[in-house]
Design a protein around this ligand. Structure first.
Ligand code: ATP
Ligand code: SF4
Ligand code: MG
Length: 335
């Protein structure tokens, strides 16, 4: 039987490391010197939890709000409303000391290792920067820590890389530097924003294996952002599918891939190979492309593209997330 979600966050057994609670981020659209009257609903009432040591995947097409969610979680941008708790502390109400600890224990990995690494800095300076900014360790300790990090990310021997510049490295090596930089402060939680999407397929696998290995070894929790369900399946424990600022389905990774319920998830998945060749999944066709969520009408965000839409979908508000199976949540009136 379906159980409607009373608390918008799925119930988990272990205490969550990260708890996102009814998060909204609206961007005003204003002509110069005019008051904003329209808003992009980039993230619109999103709740989820990440357990310690788990990887939570956020998947969806371009513009659905993945990066915006990630940026709020690392405090690169403020939410319009809602809360984000790290170890039960509201990350937007931290004391000075707590903020210093937050800056060490939370990091972000970016999509583009070409843009996110300063071309004028050596690899040593790039990886060292988060330690410098946070005043961690003596020069000697930093040197040891950086050499250890380069070893861990497979840039060996470290001496061969320390005093080189980003343009002297390959794309895969640059992404390894970005990973070393994100992990050098020994964070508990990392937002990884499509860190493999700019890489060739052959290099991508190596980086994914590295991320999976480091997660096991260091016990880091990730919010892993990707538009690619195959990548999410490889790395993530749970997957949430976003569509125009809303989570429309969330489940443990295999469950979501094998038994998708939401018509949007089913359409996304029809392109992803399933290991069991006897398993047949009917393809679902969806119309049109993704629009920008500017002042979206108060109905299901997927209505315009949905092959199952009914009159109810047109007349009622966006459907709530409802638990259909243990840990499997879906927001749709018709499935
Ligand atoms: N600073 C901003 N000002 C105005 N609108 C913004 C801003 N940043 C993002 N948006 C809008 O918010 C929506 C969500 O953007 P976001 O970058 O979070 O999506 P995304 O899922 O990460 O997309 P992609 O897969 O292309 O990286 C988009 O419609 C985008 O145009
Ligand atoms: S609620 Fe209606 S429009 Fe929205 S996904 Fe479900 S069937 Fe489609
Ligand atoms: Mg993005």
């Amino acid at each position: 039987m379906a159980v409607e979600k009373l608390d918008p966050s799925p119930i988990t057994q272990t205490k969550p490391l990260v708890q996102v609670d009814r998060l909204k981020k609206y961007y005003p659209i204003a002509a110069p010197f005019r008051r904003a009257v329209h808003f992009v609903h980039a993230v619109d009432d999103v709740s989820f939890q990440i357990r310690p040591g788990h990887v939570f995947g956020l998947v969806g097409e371009s513009g659905c709000g993945k990066t915006t969610t990630g940026r709020v979680l690392v405090r690169l941008t403020n939410p319009t409303s809602g809360r984000v708790l790290l170890e039960e502390k509201d990350i937007f109400r931290l004391t000075k000391l707590q903020l210093v600890q937050f800056r060490q224990s939370v990091q972000m990995m970016f999509q583009d290792p070409y843009e996110s690494l300063n071309p004028r800095m050596t690899i040593f300076d790039i990886v060292s920067e988060p330690l410098d900014v946070n005043g961690i360790g003596s020069l000697r300790e930093r040197e040891e820590r950086i050499a250890d990090m380069l070893n861990q990310v497979g840039l060996t021997p470290p001496q061969a890389f320390l005093f080189r510049f980003p343009h002297e490295l390959s794309g895969g090596q640059r992404q390894r530097v970005a990973i070393a930089r994100a992990l050098v402060t020994n964070p508990r939680f990392v937002v990884a924003d499509e860190p493999t999407s700019m890489l060739d397929v052959s290099i991508r696998t190596g980086i994914m294996q590295l991320l999976a290995g480091l997660r096991e070894k260091l016990g880091i929790s990730y919010l892993y952002i990707t538009h690619d369900l195959a990548v999410a399946r490889y790395l993530c424990d749970d997957i949430a599918v976003m569509y125009l600022g809303k989570i429309v389905e969330q489940a443990p990774a295999e469950q979501l891939l094998r038994h998708p319920l939401h018509p949007y998830t089913r359409a996304l998945i029809s392109a992803v190979p399933v290991p069991d060749p006897s398993y047949q999944r009917p393809p679902v066709n969806i119309k049109g492309g993704v629009s920008r969520p500017v002042d979206p009408p108060p109905r299901c965000r997927f209505y315009e593209r949905c092959p199952l839409a009914t009159r109810r979908c047109a007349n009622e508000d966006h459907p709530p997330l409802v638990e259909r199976d243990r840990g499997h949540w879906v927001a749709c009136y018709e499935v």
